[in-house]
Design a protein around this ligand. Structure first.
Ligand code: ZN
Length: 233
């Protein structure tokens, strides 16, 4: 479908799912963009100066007095309802922690259907269970809830698992403020992570040295406090 197929259509809704953005148009057409690490959408008033060079624009939607410009997104495609249902990277996504209302029961169901030996740290990163949680937030949430990242998911009770996911969602929402000079906050000292990026430094709660290790399915680096987050072994 060429971009011109959007002309004359009305935007009916905009939905974010992890780093996918779905702009739903009248007539059953959806503009799907995926931001990966580089993409962004900007909205400008007509005639305003863009904050990025025009050659980085992948798509420009002109709509009344505004332009919506998609910069550097690796994926920009138009889908009809059928294609969206069949889309390999969309159909299997778990609920997004930043979407309201957030479907925690669906996340719980997906987590319980996964291999019971899966590490808790992997469950939080698995986009097929819950989408949108990055490495920083999974490390910080596991610390806040005192769960060791290598705990098999079968050993994490429902109440703790719910708290883990809700904490990740809450902390991520608290960091959505796009102001300049804003530093992230993790429900402790302002601007300071509890464990992420702090290998070899003392735990802010108990002074034990923070550990970092590549672990789990994708060998992502996890950070944890060996005293606050008791080892499952
Ligand atoms: Zn500690």
């Amino acid at each position: 479908m060429p971009p011109g197929a959007l002309v004359g259509r009305t935007v009916e809704s905009v939905e974010a799912r992890a780093k996918h953005l779905m702009v739903r148009m009248s007539g059953g057409v959806t503009l799907h963009t995926h931001m990966m690490m580089t993409g962004s959408w900007h909205v400008y008033e007509r005639g305003a100066r863009w904050r990025k060079p025009a050659w980085q624009a992948r798509l420009v939607i002109e709509c009344g007095d505004h332009h919506a410009v998609c910069f550097d997104a690796p994926v920009v495609e138009l889908l009809d309802d059928h294609l969206e249902r069949e889309h390999p990277s969309l159909s299997s996504l778990g609920p997004d922690v930043l979407v309201d209302p957030f479907d925690l029961d669906e996340v719980m169901g997906r987590a319980r259907r996964t291999d019971p030996t899966t590490e808790a740290g992997d469950v939080l990163l698995d986009q097929g269970i819950v989408s949108g949680i990055g490495n920083i937030y999974r490390c910080e949430s596991l610390f806040i809830e005192r769960v060791h990242p290598q705990t098999p998911i079968s050993a994490v009770d429902d109440a703790t698992l719910r708290s883990l996911v809700l904490t990740a969602s809450r902390v991520m929402r608290a960091n959505l403020v796009p102001a300049q000079g804003f530093s992230r906050t993790f429900e402790g000292q302002p601007g300071k992570a509890w464990v992420y990026g702090r290998a070899g430094r003392p735990c802010l709660r108990c002074r034990t040295l923070i550990v970092a290790e590549r672990t789990g399915r994708d060998a992502r680096t996890a950070y944890w406090c060996p005293k606050c987050q008791r080892s499952p072994q």
